[in-house]
Write a protein that binds this ligand. Structure first.
Ligand SMILES: Nc1ncnc2c1ncn2[C@@H]1O[C@H](COP(=O)(O)OP(=O)(O)O)[C@@H](O)[C@H]1O
Ligand SMILES: [Mg+2]
Length: 138
């Protein structure tokens, strides 16, 4: 997660304020690294799109008993509640040049391949969005 974060931060506009918070301990999960970093990259790109190039992007790693949660938050336009599930459907996009495939693939990667969960954790119109990936700890 830190590697993807650093990679994306280094290549993003300086108008995006990046922040990461994570425990110091190493948390072990069974992971396909390229698919996982692709997923993080897609969440971060959606976040940056939602902020129209300017705002705060936060990555947070939180551990509980059985799961580690990876949260990607932005200060962007938000997602209406009635679209919380729809955005994961292939082909759904609100963008002129969007394909609407990022989140549907992300869902397949996290849920089918890694047996984890991905969802909109919360979102408020014109305030921002938090997306959450949850993976079982080894
Ligand atoms: N962080 C976000 N903030 C606001 N809307 C979002 C966010 N992430 C995804 N969305 C919405 O979900 C839609 C689908 O996302 P995605 O599957 O990645 O396709 P695309 O990025 O090509 O539109 C986006 O078009 C947008 O409307
Ligand atoms: Mg996308």
């Amino acid at each position: 997660t830190r590697d993807s974060y650093q990679y994306l931060k280094a290549r993003s506009s300086k108008l995006i304020e990046f922040e990461i918070s994570a425990p110091d301990e190493v948390i072990h999960v069974k992971l396909n690294e390229p698919l996982y970093s692709w997923t993080i990259e897609n969440l971060v790109k959606n976040a940056i799109d939602a902020m129209k190039g300017k705002g705060k992007l936060q990555v947070e790693i939180v551990k509980d008993q059985k799961f580690v949660h990876i949260l990607v938050s932005d200060s962007g336009k938000g997602i209406p509640r009635h679209l919380f599930n729809t955005i994961f459907e292939p082909g759904y996009t609100s963008k002129k040049r969007g394909w609407g495939l990022g989140l549907s693939l992300a869902k397949r990667i996290i849920e089918d391949y890694h047996k984890g969960k991905i969802k909109v954790k919360h979102s408020e119109i014109n305030k921002g969005t938090t997306m959450q990936i949850s993976l079982r700890i080894l």
